[in-house]
Design a protein around this ligand. Structure first.
Ligand code: GLY
Length: 331
C-alpha cells in the first residue's frame, strides 16, 4: 500500500464516527511507532477488529490499526495500542502517571497472549515505561511466562530499557492528598477502573490480547492484581476467542474471569452472553455494592461482547470502517 493510501486510511480512522478524537500528541506517537521489517502491506485491514476498555481504548485502537497498516499482526496491534496509553502521563491508571501504592511507589502489571497460545507477563515492576512490551519480550525471548519485581526490572535493564520515573507531579500530589487521611475506599469506575485491556483480530484472522495497568490506587505495597495473571485479566484461545477484564482484580482472580469467558464461548455462548455470565458469577459470590468489574470478549469470527457489574463501564470498538465507544450493559 502506498504512502497516500496509508495517509487516507489514517484520515479515515480519525474521521470515523467523529469520536476518535486523536490528539496531535497521539498522532505523533503513532507516526513514531517502529516500522515492521516487512513494511506496509498491500492488503486492506478489512476484517480486522479491535476492542479496548474505557475511553483511552479509542486512541489505543487507532494506534493498533496504524500498526496493522504498517505491516504488523494482531500482537503488534496490541502492543502499539498499549504503548500509546502507557506513555500518556495524564492517565491515572496505566503506565506513567498511574496512581501509586500507599507508600508512593508506582508498580505496574501487564501481560499479553498471541494467536499461538504463547504468553508473557510482568508484575510488580517499577521504572519501566512500557510493561506490555517487556511482557512481550518475556513471551518471545525467554523460556518463561512471568517475571516479577526486581527480576523483571533487571531483565529490562539487560534489554537496554532505561529506567523512568513513573510518579508525576500530578500523581504525587494526589498521593500526598490521599495520605492526609489514608482512607482506603477506592471509588468504583474512578480509582478502580484502572486497566486497559485490549483484544485484536487482524486481517489474517490472528487473535491476540494484552492488559496493562498501574493497578488499584493506594494498594498495599506488593499487591498484584488480575492484569498480569493469564486466565484472570486476559485469556486468548485462537480457536475460540479472547477476553479481558477491568475493575477490581481480586474479584476477577477469584473467579478466573477471562478464562471463564472464553470457556463459556467454547461451550456455545456468544461473547455478550459469556461476559454476562462471568459478571453474574461474581455477583452471585460476593457483595458488589462497592465493586466494579467489566469484561470484554471478541470471538475468532469478530463478534464482540461487553458487560459490567455497574453502569459506567465503556469500551472502544474499532474496525477498518469505524471507531465507536460503546456503553457496556450491566447488572
Ligand atoms: N484490574 C486491575 C487491578 O485490579 O489491578
Amino acid at each position: 500500500m502506498g504512502h497516500s493510501s496509508r495517509r487516507a486510511f489514517l484520515q479515515k480512522l480519525i474521521a470515523t464516527g467523529g469520536t476518535l478524537g486523536l490528539s496531535p500528541w497521539t498522532l505523533q506517537s503513532m507516526l513514531a511507532q517502529k516500522q515492521s521489517p516487512s513494511g506496509p502491506r498491500s492488503v486492506e485491514p478489512g476484517s480486522a477488529t479491535m476492542l479496548s476498555t474505557w475511553n483511552h481504548g479509542m486512541e489505543a485502537n487507532a494506534a493498533g490499526f496504524f500498526a496493522l497498516q504498517q505491516g504488523g499482526n494482531a500482537m503488534d496491534m496490541i502492543e502499539a495500542g498499549a504503548r500509546i496509553v502507557e506513555a500518556d502521563a495524564t492517565g491515572l491508571s496505566v503506565g506513567i502517571g498511574g496512581l501509586p501504592d500507599r507508600d508512593g511507589n508506582v508498580t505496574l502489571d501487564a501481560c499479553c497472549m498471541d494467536h499461538t497460545g504463547n504468553a508473557g507477563s510482568v508484575c510488580f515492576v517499577q521504572g519501566v515505561l512500557h510493561p506490555l512490551s517487556l511482557a512481550r519480550k518475556v513471551m518471545e525471548d525467554t523460556p518463561h511466562v512471568m517475571l516479577a519485581g526486581a527480576g523483571a526490572e533487571q531483565y529490562a535493564r539487560e534489554l537496554g530499557i532505561d529506567e523512568v520515573e513513573l510518579l508525576t507531579d500530578t500523581s504525587r500530589r494526589a498521593w500526598e492528598e490521599w495520605r492526609k487521611t489514608s482512607d482506603y475506599k477506592p471509588v468504583i469506575n474512578i480509582e478502580n477502573h484502572d486497566t486497559i485491556g485490549l483484544l485484536a483480530l487482524d486481517d489474517q484472522g490472528r487473535l491476540a490480547g494484552g492488559c496493562t495497568t498501574s493497578g488499584l490506587a493506594y494498594k498495599m505495597h506488593g499487591r498484584v492484581g488480575d492484569s498480569p495473571i493469564l486466565g484472570a485479566g486476559l485469556f486468548v484461545d485462537a480457536e475460540i476467542g479472547g477476553a479481558t477484564a477491568t475493575g477490581l482484580g481480586e474479584a476477577v482472580m477469584k473467579t478466573v474471569g477471562s478464562f471463564l469467558v472464553v470457556e463459556l464461548m467454547r461451550g456455545g455462548r456468544s461473547p455478550q452472553e459469556a461476559c454476562e455470565e462471568a459478571v453474574h458469577r461474581i455477583m452471585d459470590r460476593m457483595p458488589t455494592d462497592d465493586l466494579q468489574v467489566g469484561y470484554l470478549a471478541l470471538s475468532r469470527e469478530g463478534e464482540i461482547g461487553g458487560h459490567a457489574i455497574h453502569g459506567g463501564f465503556n469500551y472502544a470498538h474499532t474496525t477498518a470502517e469505524a471507531g465507536r465507544m460503546i456503553d457496556a450493559s450491566h447488572g
